[in-house]
Write a protein that binds this ligand. Structure first.
Ligand code: NAP
Length: 454
């Protein structure tokens, strides 16, 4: 993909970037390694002060960075502002908690002293997606840099200005040059960088295809990898749920970021006895959503990020309808410039149709009906994905069964699936492996070294 800023609202190409040459990449890797030699010896106070400063810079310039995201990938501006605020939160969280997460752990053994210590690995490559152009990067870099690693970012090709802005925020905050570098490279260039012995580990957030490619290269090189991949999260509503509240949350859960969120609720699995009411309320709420210019503060749904995403979702919806799916609202592309797709609800989803098995990365809700919890869980677990799930019930026995049996990395009960710096985040099955955020996220990119002394 060409590295360029193309406004998804009107298709206008605003800036094209030339990918780095091999020699330029080589210089950046050399800088990463030499910087690491000094940076790994800096104190947590040194790193923490700079991360707090980073939070401050983000907040002071939140409108500017939010606008950059909206122009590059079409996120409604109010959500973009919220994303910048969340980045500041994750910076502060790690600045304040790194000490606790990295404190050596003393363990009684036959030694006079034995303990576990957490040491940085070196240069970590982060391959990141466009859907949360700032958040995805900050949730990686905050723990990684606090742990003493240095970061190399290969961002998605459609958000190059966000990638460069992040590097400049960190430099302005006082991080030494080379601690965090953006590599403007295309995806075929990733392999060489990852195979380079100066790069010690990799984290990728993106599609299953990209994840498999990067993980297999990392595997051949015996380098640690963390993968945050796609999802088709179930949103299960049982007969004792608060339906008004569930539908209200259902709209946000599906529509946030124009429907392009890995942990969006994508499959709504409804108990037969409440399904009619849920459907009716959801359709009403979908009617009220405002589609339009993502820079306008009232806009709920902006354009999809690229023409390819529009093409994919259009194909998935029409194939599902062709196979027998029923449209409750939307379902037709909008004749307009920009990559707009209307809020859509599909029901009667046929077995083996895209609606049953694929991830829908756009504003399309897929509705299913079941007779009981058992059927709901079977349906929830029936895809290759296992990222998040939400279940709506007050029954304690149902909750216990859901916690035990739903195959996901995060289960939210009577609430929206969301990431929170205090809680580990990640998936199972084809949604990836490893965790980000919290202590677990920080421990992914450290050498957990055991020390034993007689
Ligand atoms: P993508 O095409 O996989 O792109 C993600 C990143 O990987 C981009 O930087 C892309 O670069 C790069 N890339 C693509 N193919 C590659 C390859 N073969 N080798 C190395 N790098 C490669 O994903 P996307 O369509 O942008 O993002 C949407 C997907 O990400 C969805 O499936 C979504 O669910 C998932 N996602 C998951 C999480 C999570 O936390 N689990 C969060 C957000 C998104 P180019 O742009 O240059 O191609």
């Amino acid at each position: 993909m060409t590295i360029a800023t193309i406004n998804p609202f009107n298709g206008e190409t605003l800036q094209i970037f030339t990918p780095l040459t091999s020699e330029e990449i080589n210089q950046k890797l050399a800088l990463a390694v030499s910087t690491f030699q000094d940076y790994r010896l800096t104190s947590l106070e040194f790193r923490g002060e700079r991360l707090l400063k980073t939070a401050e810079i983000l907040e002071v310039n939140r409108e500017k960075y939010a606008k950059l995201m909206t122009i590059e990938m079409g996120k409604p501006i109010k959500q973009a502002v919220a994303e910048i605020n969340k980045c500041a939160v994750v910076c502060r969280f790690y600045a304040e908690n790194a000490q606790k997460f990295l404190t050596p752990k003393y363990i009684d053994t036959d030694a006079s002293e034995s303990f576990v210590t957490y040491q940085p690995l070196g240069a970590i490559l982060a391959v990141m997606p466009w859907n949360f152009p700032f958040w995805q990067v900050f949730r990686f870099l905050s723990p990684a840099l606090m742990a003493g690693n240095v970061g190399l970012l290969k961002h998605a090709s459609n958000v190059p200005q966000c990638a460069l802005a992040i590097e400049s925020v960190l430099l302005s905050a006082g991080f030494p040059e080379g601690v965090f570098q953006t590599l403007l490279i295309e995806s075929p260039q990733v392999e060489k960088v990852l195979r380079d012995s100066r790069v010690k580990a990799v984290t990728l957030t993106g599609s299953e295809l990209a994840g498999k490619s990067v993980a297999s290269i990392a595997g051949q090189e015996l380098k640690k990898s963390v993968l945050e991949l796609g999802g088709s999260d179930p949103f299960i509503v049982l007969d004792d749920a608060n339906i008004e509240e569930a539908t209200e949350v259902a709209v946000t859960a599906r529509m946030l970021n124009n429907g392009q969120t890995c942990i969006a609720a994508k499959r709504f699995i409804l108990h037969n006895s409440i399904a009619d009411e849920f459907e009716k309320l959801l359709v009403e709420k979908y009617h009220n959503l405002i589609l339009g210019d993502p820079l306008e503060p009232n806009t709920d749904i902006g354009p999809l990020a690229t023409p390819n995403i529009l093409k994919d979702i259009t194909h998935q919806v029409s194939k599902t309808i062709e196979m027998g799916g029923k449209v409750l609202i939307g379902g037709q592309t909008i004749e307009n410039k920009g990559n707009f797709y209307p809020p859509t609800i599909l029901t009667n989803i046929p077995v083996n149709s895209p609606g049953m098995i694929e991830e829908f990365f756009g504003p399309v809700a897929l509705l299913f009906r079941v007779n009981n919890l058992q059927e709901a869980i079977e349906l929830a677990n029936s895809t290759i994905f296992g990222l998040g799930a939400s279940i709506w019930t007050k029954n304690e026995e149902n909750i216990k069964i859901a916690v035990r049996d739903i195959e996901v990395g995060a289960l939210f009960i009577n609430g929206l699936v969301k990431s929170d710096p205090r809680l580990p985040f990640g998936g199972t099955k084809s949604s990836g492996y490893g965790r980000e955020l919290s202590m677990e996220g920080m421990h992914e990119f450290v050498n957990i070294k055991t020390v034993w002394q007689k």
